[in-house]
Design a protein around this ligand. Structure first.
Ligand SMILES: [Zn+2]
Length: 507
């Protein structure tokens, strides 16, 4: 089966921060899980460039918007790569293929009779790149951009007849209960639909940084309208009909909870109007909060994910972000908790299991792995944990999936304490028994390694190589996990410590 997932594309007016990294990391985990299940995966990420604040950031440096965006592409791509995030496609909205898709989609909506000219008068927040109603503002300011006064706009604009799609959307929500998740986001959008939808202004005048309407070259497409279309551009639409028929509609749009309205209402309405299928699922994840406030570049609360990765390791950072909060809810970021997770779950848990298993095997068996016992309660439970893990991953419960993987580690470590292999090693009569216990440990580790792989790819690929002498097959790492065993006779290689204990936090 094919699986097409996307993240929100990022404004490139400043560097990636932990909040945006959170979304890309969790999406990368899902993509790697899907690849491991044997699915044909297309994981899309990219940059959202036609924003006034992007143009302004370039002006400050004396660069044209495009020159600025060229520079920022490198900044974003190298950050994502350092965090072991591996998209299959990276899109920029200034690319010709996107311009073509936006114009083709706009023409279809025009032909459907869903664009009309009107006068827009009202507030516009450049921070949000969004039109604001009076009730959206607090003391005349945008709650998310209190440092930036909204602009009063009065322009002749193109409007999208969003109101027309309210009833069809309600029907779609009713027929597809998991179209928007989690439940809280779905309920928000249902309430919005119940109140009725207003038509929205979708053009901007007075700027040439954007994509002109095919039927009105004087104005450019509103940046949100433009940005949403990237998801279908990246399938090859409209030119490559075979590719777009294969990849569209997307299986998952992973976005922040503040923009589920654009993805669960506006975007599907655009597609319905254009006669195209709507995405299968929109998931609105929570924010990464710092001391009670949302982490956001506009609010000035920013933590650099690359610095954290340097201090604690990429694996620990990815693990922490997925393990710490239920996916869909906010995560309260704490460097102390990150350190505690790195030391307890990784150094003392998985790292310790790997180190002691390799230590015992090399000391007593020159690394040679024996066959796993036919009936092992420990391995039976580890195999059962694979099922639990998959059930969780299928509903995007990343935390639950990690808990199932961690359970294997915890039980294996407890097995060492219970069976006392050190006592067995001193007793020649217990050779076979010791072989059995060591094989149970090695194979528990193998299963834990496979299940942790989407979360900590590089570390787990290293561990797999040490355990089995072979590279992990990334197309069956998950689908082949249940019942997977290290071949008897394999010589395990004891490598460097997987997760060295981190003694102090960087201050
Ligand atoms: Zn705003």
């Amino acid at each position: 089966m094919r699986y097409y997932l996307t993240t929100a594309i990022d404004y490139v007016n400043s560097r990636p921060h932990l909040g945006t990294a959170y979304e890309k990391i969790t999406a990368d985990v899902i993509a790697r899980y899907q690849r491991g299940c044997g699915n044909e995966v297309r994981f899309l990420m990219g940059n959202d460039e036609h924003s006034q604040k992007v143009a302004a950031a370039g002006r400050k440096e004396g660069l044209t918007p495009l020159e600025w965006c060229d520079r920022m592409e490198g900044v974003f791509r190298s950050a994502w790569s350092a965090l072991e995030i591996q998209p299959d496609v990276f899109i920029r909205t200034s690319e010709p293929r996107h311009r073509e898709a936006v114009q083709a989609l706009a023409q279809r909506i025009k032909d459907a009779g869903d664009f009309y000219e009107g006068e827009y008068e009202g507030w516009y927040c450049v921070g949000c790149e969004a039109f604001k109603r009076d009730e959206d503002l607090k003391d005349g300011l945008c709650p998310d951009h209190a440092n930036r006064k909204p602009e009063w706009l009065k322009e002749k604009n193109w409007f999208f007849r969003l109101s027309r799609w309210c009833e069809p959307l309600k029907a779609h929500f009713a027929a597809n209960p998991s179209f928007v998740l989690p439940e809280s986001r779905r309920n928000e959008l249902l309430a919005l639909l119940d109140r009725g939808l207003e038509d929205i202004s979708v053009s901007r005048t007075g700027t040439d940084w954007g994509i002109p309407f095919p039927f009105d070259e004087r104005v450019v497409v509103y940046v949100w309208f433009d940005a949403l279309i990237n998801y279908i551009t990246a399938t090859g639409w409209p030119q490559d009909t075979a590719s777009s028929a294969h990849w569209w509609p997307a299986d998952l749009h992973l976005v922040g909870k503040d923009i589920t309205r654009f993805h669960g209402v506006v975007w599907p309405a655009m597609l319905l109007s254009a006669g195209l299928p709507v995405p299968r699922k929109v998931f609105g994840h929570g924010f990464v909060n710092m001391s009670g406030g949302r982490m956001s570049k506009d609010a000035g609360r920013v933590t650099d994910p690359l610095e954290l990765a340097n201090t604690y390791g990429v694996a620990a950072l990815r693990y922490y972000l997925c393990a710490e909060a239920n996916f869909g809810q906010d995560l309260e970021f704490s460097e102390e908790r990150l350190l505690a997770r790195a030391n307890s779950d990784l150094a003392n848990g998985l790292g310790n299991l790997a180190a002691r298993t390799a230590g015992m095997l090399t000391r007593w068996r020159e690394g040679r792995v024996a066959a796993a016992p036919q009936s092992s309660a420990l391995l039976a439970r580890a195999d059962a944990a694979v099922d639990t893990y998959q059930r969780c991953m299928e509903v995007l419960d990343l935390r639950g999936a990690l808990a199932a993987a961690t359970q294997i580690v915890t039980e294996a470590n407890a097995h060492v304490d219970r069976t006392q292999p050190f006592a067995m090693a001193k007793d020649p009569a217990r050779t076979a028994e010791l072989d059995g216990v060591l094989a149970e440990l090695v194979n528990s580790l193998l299963l834990a390694c496979r299940l942790h792989h989407p979360f900590m790819p590089a570390k787990m690929e290293q561990l797999h190589l040490e355990l089995t002498g072979t590279a992990l097959d990334l197309t069956s790492s998950i689908s082949g996990a249940k019942g997977a065993r290290v071949l008897p006779g394999t010589i395990l290689v004891k490598g460097a410590a997987l997760f060295p204990r981190i003694e102090t936090a960087k201050t």
